[in-house]
Design a binder for this molecule. Structure first.
Ligand code: PLP
Length: 406
């Protein structure tokens, strides 16, 4: 039985007040709060166990290396990767997708090649592909969501042509909460010989992920949304694709041998991890993922689904509230506008006075905002520690916004 009060007690920040009101943290889509176990691991990592990894033959370096390297296995388990060698540790999704662009895509794409994207991608899964468009003449082919915010896999597959070299889609929209049927997209794209990058930044937070079952070629995740420290993250790269990749950053740790005339590289995944990594944040991410696996991602998903359906019921009664996207099974992410003149920034400022944290703006998804025809929304994004009482507080806050602006 999922006990949300017990879960809340694991997150010290949730006990604080903001503007004299109990904190209602609904900005989880941007970054999630950290459980005490993660905070303790970070503190311990610095106050008692810190040294650089991979380099030393001394006790602390070996300890730090063991703790750091163990995270690769934890991530492999969390994503059900076939091997921990398919996990490249990095600073998060943005770095992961840029690495795919530089290490895999750029060397194998020429002018006129195509990348299929959905219009609901985060800029992190758009801008690296624009680099290829600007520098190499690669064409970006866009697939719009349906009116309810869902993404039709058939339309994505229909956009594939003989020139398509990659499909890049999100697992879960950070604006609409839409959960994309990535398994069908991957199967169809693979039938046509096209690899698929699935942006797991939001998906891995809200549901149990099995990268082998999905069949994804690339699946980046970002630690700070997964209740881990910022600066941590990873990308799953299927072994076949790893073998095709050239290193993106050069430096220490990723080499086998360097001479004045030549360089040879370490085997993957080290080949793609140049320089001193985010040692302690990565160790913290491992603790966060263990925490999630102990709770059970299916239990987390069920809790959030209950919250989402309660929120939908409450929002239904507010006929002046517009929620973007209502795809079946959407995650508990609600982007909203209020009729009557309240701008998204007004909404977030008024809610903040009541201790409620939401995000306002374009959410790094400008093509989607343009498609929706709204310049900005206020986004309430729920997490495993949120409650129905917090949905009620949000509704009260929104009612106040509406009263003030109508
Ligand atoms: N992709 C999606 C869907 C996101 O929601 C985010 C963050 O908001 C990112 C990518 C980028 O993640 P990061 O900034 O941690 O690299």
């Amino acid at each position: 039985m999922y006990d949300v009060n017990k879960v809340r007690a694991d997150f010290p920040i949730l006990a604080r007040e903001v503007n004299g009101q109990p904190l209602t943290y609904l900005d989880n889509g941007a970054s999630a709060q950290k459980p005490q176990a993660v905070i303790d691991a970070v503190t311990r990592g610095y106050d008692n166990e810190y040294a650089n990894v991979h380099r030393g033959l001394h006790y602390l370096s070996n300890l730090s290396t063991d703790r750091y390297e163990a995270v690769r296995g934890i991530i492999a388990r969390f994503l059900n990767a076939g091997s921990e060698d398919e996990i490249i540790l990095n600073s998060g999704t943005t770095e992961g997708i840029n690495m795919v662009a530089y290490s895999w895509a750029a060397p194998r794409m020429v002018e006129g090649d195509e990348i299929v994207l959905s219009t609901m991608e985060h800029h992190a899964n758009i801008v690296p592909w624009h680099f290829l468009r600007e520098r190499q003449g690669v064409r970006l082919v866009w697939v719009d969501p349906e009116p309810d915010g869902s993404l039709d896999p058939a339309k994505v597959l229909a956009a594939i042509t003989p020139r398509t070299r990659l499909v890049a889609v999100t697992h879960c929209s950070n604006v609409l909460g839409t959960v994309v049927d990535v398994k069908t997209i991957v199967a169809g794209a693979h039938d046509k010989g096209v690899p698929v990058l699935v942006d797991g930044s939001q998906g891995a937070v809200h549901m149990k992920v099995d990268v082998q079952d999905i069949g994804a070629d690339f699946y980046p995740i970002t630690g700070h949304k997964l209740y881990g420290p910022s600066g941590s993250g990873a990308i799953y790269v299927r072994a076949e694709r790893l073998a095709e990749m050239q290193p993106f950053m050069g430096g220490g740790d990723m080499i086998r041998e360097v001479t004045k005339d030549a360089v040879s590289y370490a085997d993957p995944p080290m080949k793609f991890e140049a320089g001193t990594p985010a040692i302690v944040p990565t160790i913290g991410l491992g603790v966060a993922l263990e925490y999630l696996m102990d709770l059970g991602m299916d239990n987390v998903a069920a809790h959030e689904a209950r919250l989402a359906s309660y929120a939908r019921e409450r929002f239904k009664a507010l006929n002046w509230l517009n929620i973007q996207g209502d795809a079946p099974g959407k995650a508990a992410i609600f982007s909203m506008t209020v009729e009557g003149g309240a701008h998204a920034h007004d909404i977030s400022t008024i809610l903040d006075k009541k201790g409620i944290a939401v995000r306002a703006g374009h959410h790094c998804a400008q093509p989607l905002m343009e498609h929706l025809g709204v310049p900005a929304t206020a986004r309430a994004s729920f997490a495993l520690y949120n409650t129905e009482a917090e949905v009620d507080r949000l509704v009260e806050g929104l009612e106040l916004c509406h009263r003030l602006f109508s």
